[in-house]
Design a protein around this ligand. Sequence first.
Ligand code: ZN
Ligand code: ZN
Length: 347
Amino acid sequence: MSNGQLAESLFALAESHPAGELRLSLLRAAYAVFDAPRELATTRRLPDTVPLDTLPTVEMLRSAASEDALQALVQRLRGPYPPGGAATRTGFLTAAQVAQFSASAHPLDPRHLRGACHFHTQASDGVATLEAMARGCVRRGASWAVVTDHTRGLACVNGLDAEGVALQRRAIAAWNRRRGDDLWLVQGLEAEILADGTLDVPRRARDGVLVVAAVHTGLAERRDYTARLLRALEEPGVWALAHPQGRLFGRRAGIRANWEVVFRAAAARGVLLEINGFPRRQDLAPPLLSLAAASGCRFLLASDAHHPRHLAFDTTAVALAAAAGIGEAAIVNFSPLEKALADRLVG
Ligand SMILES: [Zn+2]
Ligand SMILES: [Zn+2]
């Protein structure tokens, strides 16, 4: 029984109960299993993060001898509401699968990563200082890093305004003077792709900055976003399209678009496609990554870290890339800085 199967059973059970304590406990148990770094079938103890009141249930499911037996148990324990959210949980790697990937030999080796890209600091919605994040990148063996705090146009977070961008630029220059040999920091921004496809960052503010552009609004709508994304790809200064699908584990399946058209345009414009390794995002999903690779796209691996600990999530991005058969040559994070940014102006 894999953690993925066990977690899915718990999600289905949770959904079959009305909102309340039991449903919440089952959901927490499902996430605890999904995030467990080892396959529970091979471990003696369940993770401490499994809520106490669900321990007997989780143990019972875990001891099912086969997938059929597991399904039968889920049927027996179910409440009267039909589960419906499974579509938002397919195509995600569990933490145990990522750990297993890292432990086995593979043509894509996380230890070869040189660049750490797309992470946040206290300047927007991260919890750590620029220094702390940079030190985290050094610890992970990176030789260059692109910090990408949110911009002010995104109303839901405390984004950078022009003054904040200038302040951060000075802090980055100071770090590079002192520790540039350990890690060269580059300023980026995570800009919002507005409803009309333009960005929330004025053009003059994009000079010397690597812009990763993303949709954060209207993600639950079922409209087609092809035009919005194509317009964004035309915007000057866009380095990468960040978490292109906008999917969120257990919550949202992501936006709709004619991905083949979007990918061809990105390849033609030289805009990178992000592989976001934040465990709840895992965006793009492997089937779309394969399509993007076949369309001639190149890729950027992102941890989307909001805490130094999260910087390790680029390993999840590596595992997704490997699942899609993408090689190191197509991923900028495996290149030295000069090569990764060969076609970009870096201030
Ligand atoms: Zn984002
Ligand atoms: Zn982000």
